[in-house]
Design a protein around this ligand. Structure first.
Ligand code: NAD
Length: 437
């Protein structure tokens, strides 16, 4: 089948590459000329494990193409995915300008029946808006389908190729059959394609992300309570996670959720609720708590240094919002960098993949290091921001010889407090006993 993917970012590129891998001929369209030039040159512009190999194979075998020209990209396509940004607008609700602009263009360009698929995360009613935009100028029949994406950055290829489920919102039998055929190779193990109405499909995505953000936030609140009551959040996590009704995943306390999806999606769902005249109290609490949680390590650092961080130098281990990605959108590390710089501190950072993106944003306000030990040379403390596996078992002897002071503020609970005490570290983490001097 010939398909087009409009928007070649984290979701679009993975979608396009994976559908090429299942034998389709895919055109990826993007307005970013530099990105398309890179892709045409055989370069994958993002870091996503496993993507390079798939990309290379499908480009080589002629199933994956790139263009900045929408008309050229959609030519002959039976399915056109919209994987466009839906950032927060001024009031926090999802800004649909990118999606609706392309829908408008498609109205003029469609030459044959096609299924237009909203893969972007969009509020209830968007499929209807996209349909209306296209219909205003279209001379041919078409269908609009809501097919939200649940992939996780860092394991996006695996998630895409083996989805827990595929959600498809459509009222058209014809579109349903086409979508079923497209996804058939990805659901061979019995993972379902859930067909539903468009509104439910659109809401499912927001409900999933908001539920997960709430789960994390609940554990962060438990962690804060643990610190006051002398309990250990890791023990509580294991204690509740073994209950099959709760499950083990998404129970890790830390310095708040970030990334390109949770913050904006929770906010957008809260806005949708306001517009529907519904007071979604939990979501408002989740957003407030998460904001405060990002400052937990800074509070601890201030308490440790008697309120004054001026002139201190800190190593930052990790910058990405989570491991195995170079994505820094809404990363807690950025928030902590701003806050520490404002206090007059200096930062030496290391991240295996995200330094290029941080440098583009923050420039030389911080310095960038070749590895975690380089970052730790002659600093007053280490701040752990991202749980990259490389940070889990450092050579503490080597580390001790590099640091000015053996102090770690760990936002990801990577080490056992008792072990840190034994090797003479001052060690602060989240929801567990702090090891003071
Ligand atoms: N990143 C994730 O993990 C994830 C997961 C699930 C869903 N989503 C949702 O998928 C959507 C896309 O997210 P993303 O992370 O891939 O975004 P992204 O910013 O990485 O990619 C979007 C791409 O669209 C391009 N674009 C913008 N306007 C265009 C136009 N008129 N024509 C062609 N291309 C255009 C941009 O240049 C960019 O390359 C969002 O709605 C997001 O919420 C993201």
């Amino acid at each position: 089948m010939k398909i087009a993917v409009v928007g070649t970012g984290y979701v679009g590129l993975v979608t396009g590459t994976c559908f090429a891998e299942t034998g389709n001929s895919v055109s990826c369209v993007d307005i970013d000329e530099r990105k398309v030039a890179k892709l045409k040159n055989g370069e994958v512009p993002i870091y996503e494990p496993g993507l390079d190999a798939l990309f290379e194979r499908n480009v080589k075998q002629g199933r994956l193409h790139f263009t900045t020209d929408l008309k050229e990209g959609i030519e002959g396509a039976k399915i056109i995915f919209l994987a466009l940004p839906t950032p927060p607008g001024e009031d926090g609700s999802a800004d649909l300008k990118y999606v609706l602009k392309v829908a408008d263009d498609l109205g003029y360009l469609l030459e044959d029946y096609a299924v237009i698929v909203d893969k972007s995360t969009v509020p209830v009613g968007t499929a209807e808006k996209v349909r209306a935009k296209i219909a205003a100028n279209a001379k041919v029949e078409f269908d609009v389908v809501s097919n939200p994406e649940f992939l996780r950055e860092g394991v996006a290829v695996e998630d895409f190729m083996k989805p827990d489920r595929v959600v498809v919102g459509t009222r058209s039998e014809k579109a349903k059959v086409i979508m079923e055929k497209l996804y058939a190779p990805l659901v061979r193990q019995g993972n379902p394609i859930l067909f539903m109405d468009e509104a439910s499909a659109e809401l499912t995505k927001y409900a999933a992300n908001s539920f997960l953000a709430t789960k994390i936030t609940f554990m962060n609140e438990i962690a804060n309570l643990c610190e006051r009551l002398g309990a250990d959040v890791d023990m509580v996590r294991k204690g509740i996670g073994t209950d099959s009704r709760i499950g083990k995943r998404f129970l890790f306390a830390g310095i708040g959720y970030g990334g390109s999806c949770f913050p904006k999606d929770v906010q957008a769902l809260a806005k949708s609720a306001v517009k529907a005249d519904y007071d979604f109290k939990i979501l408002n609490a989740v957003m407030d708590i998460n904001q405060v949680q990002k400052t937990r390590l800074i509070e601890k650092a201030k308490a440790h240094y008697g309120g004054n961080l001026k002139g201190k130098t800190f190593a930052f281990w990790g910058l990405a919002f989570k491991p195995y990605t170079d994505d820094i959108r809404e990363a807690p590390a950025l928030y902590n960098i701003d806050a520490l710089l404002a206090e007059g501190a200096h930062i030496k950072a290391y991240d295996p993949e995200a330094m290029k993106n941080v440098r583009a944003l923050v420039g030389d306000k911080i310095s960038y290091c070749v590895d975690e030990y380089h970052a730790a040379e002659k600093v007053d403390a280490i701040f752990i921001m991202t749980e990259w596996p490389i940070f889990r078992t450092p050579d503490f002897e080597k580390l001790s010889s590099l640091l000015n002071k053996k102090v770690i503020f760990d936002g990801r609970n990577l080490y056992e407090p008792e072990m840190m005490k034994e090797i003479g570290y001052v060690y602060y983490s989240i929801g567990r006993k702090d090891i003071h001097e």
